[in-house]
Design a protein around this ligand. Structure first.
Ligand SMILES: *Cc1c(COP(=O)(O)O)cnc(C)c1O
Length: 469
């Protein structure tokens, strides 16, 4: 045997793929963007995507599929019932979750709707670390209460906690001690999307599960970002450094009784989702609702080829080089912003960087929507589309009054496998430039808005002549 030299160690983390198909992005001038913004009523949701250079509106369904996924789509079996595509999809989901009944749905909220339809009634309470907005809406739609029980650190933007997505276990125990009959299920969202994409530790999943078992309440995982969460556990939780993301995900699912999934996230596809559970009686009821609203149980609102793309995607999401590249891209942008004193939610989460616009623009009161203003200026100056998570999105109360959101945030969400290092460098440059203009940024007022979910369609205008003084 010749003497083997040690493997050289290189520090640069590269995109673990090469590009096989490209989609041009279109440059616009600042003047063109100013016109587009005005025509869109200063609402980035109303822009034409072709007027956007880098689109970080959401990481949901916006990623790139792999050549293996496209190849799998050609194998799609479009049989109405019992297709081979379903068998592959089901095997992939069972291989990771170990759950017994797997129902495909067209996206995450369809799974939530079915779960709420079979498990909840008026007056019930469903705790979660933090409910995602569609989950909350589905729970409230059946007259139940969606209760957020995050740990205290989750509410502090700069608190450095490795698992800021954790659920407050003593608070859960207190709730179950006093109101057990009103709690038909407990949910846990990994990663905690609405809490900044922060991970949940396996220790927390285990503790939440133990409390649920003690009180006899089923635990459901909102597992949209199960792979990112598993990788955070590998990086941060003692005892897991040598385990694969797949093994960690399997352990995570071993503590739960069911799951809802938007496969537009860690399913690595453009559409899809599932509802999974162990309980046979609940599964029978869920199957009935699935047929009513989605389709036959072996396709559930998806084409056979979608199921095949997902069967591959669920595995690819757990590949370490991919997860390392993804989390590192986001962390890298966060580091560049912190160096330039642009305040963000720390530590950076799995799918997005959240800028604390309230802190960056202290001269703007909440009624002038600082985070909305910042997102408009990011587009105006650099062609970057982000999303406001602040008082336009959350400020209107059910009785029609206004109340400032707890935080004024701008979220930059990264589509999966879509942008490269140089895109991230460009983003950092745009953000630093906008940061240097911070004192000149002016607020907006709402001109017209619907009563519900107004951020999608509202029209606004600058309170002064323009967005920048
Ligand atoms: C996206 C998302 C959902 C809803 O999924 P859709 O596919 O958009 O319907 C539910 N929960 C979380 C945590 C999400 O991120």
């Amino acid at each position: 045997m010749p003497h083997e030299r040690p493997e050289p160690q290189f520090k640069t983390i590269i995109e673990p793929f090469r590009i096989k198909s490209v989609e041009p992005i279109r440059y616009t001038t600042r003047a063109q963007r100013a016109r587009a913004l005005e025509a869109a009523g200063y609402n980035l949701f109303r822009l034409h995507a072709s007027d956007v250079l880098i689109d970080l509106l959401t990481d949901s369904g916006t990623g790139a599929m792999s050549s293996e996924q496209w190849a799998a789509m050609m194998r799609g079996d479009e049989s109405y019932a019992g297709s081979r595509s379903f068998d592959r999809f089901e095997a992939a989901v069972k291989g990771i979750t170990g759950l017994k009944h797997i129902f495909p749905t067209h996206q995450g909220r369809a799974a939530e709707r079915i779960l709420c339809g079979v498990a909840l009634k008026r007056g019930d309470v469903v705790p979660n670390n933090t409910h995602f907005d569609t989950t909350r809406a589905n729970i409230e739609a059946v007259g139940a209460e969606a209760l957020d029980l995050p740990i205290a650190e989750a509410r502090q933007p700069e608190a450095l906690h490795p698992f800021k997505g954790n659920l407050d276990v003593p608070a859960l125990r207190a709730l179950l001690t006093s109101r057990r009959e009103q709690v038909p299920l407990v949910m846990l969202t990994v990663t905690n999307n609405s809490g900044g994409g922060q991970p949940v530790s396996l220790a927390n999943v285990r503790e939440v599960s133990a409390v649920c078992r003690e009180f006899g309440v089923p635990l459901f995982l909102d597992c949209c970002r199960y792979a990112e969460n598993a990788y955070f556990i590998k990086l941060r939780e003692p005892g897991y450094a040598e385990r694969t993301p797949r093994e960690i995900a399997q352990e995570m699912f071993s503590y739960v009784d069911g799951a809802t999934m938007s496969a537009k996230k860690d399913g690595m596809a453009n559409i899809g989702g599932f509802l999974a559970m162990n309980d046979d009686v609940m599964a029978q009821a869920a199957q009935n609702l699935l047929i009513l609203g989605e389709g036959f149980p072996t396709y559930g609102g998806l084409a056979g080829y979608d199921l095949d793309a997902l069967a591959v995607g669920f595995q690819e999401a757990l590949e370490e080089p991919y997860l390392q590249y993804r989390l590192r891209s986001i962390e890298y942008l966060g580091e560049r912003l912190l160096q330039a004193n642009i305040p963000i939610i720390q530590p950076t989460g799995g799918h997005a960087v959240y800028i604390d616009a309230g802190k960056l623009l202290p001269h703007l009161p909440a009624r002038e929507y600082p985070a909305w203003a910042l997102s408009c200026v990011l587009y105006l100056e650099g062609g970057v589309r982000s999303v406001e998570i602040g008082s336009v999105m959350f400020g209107r109360q059910p009785d029609g009054s206004e109340r400032p959101a707890p935080l004024e945030l701008v979220r930059l969400a990264f589509p999966r496998r879509t942008y490269t290092q140089s895109h991230v460098d460009y983003l950092a440059e745009v953000l630093l430039h906008v940061g240097s203009l911070r004192e000149r940024v002016r607020g907006l007022r709402i001109v017209e808005a619907p009563p519900l979910l107004r951020h999608f369609t509202a029209r606004l205008e600058p309170v002064e002549q323009s967005l920048l003084a």
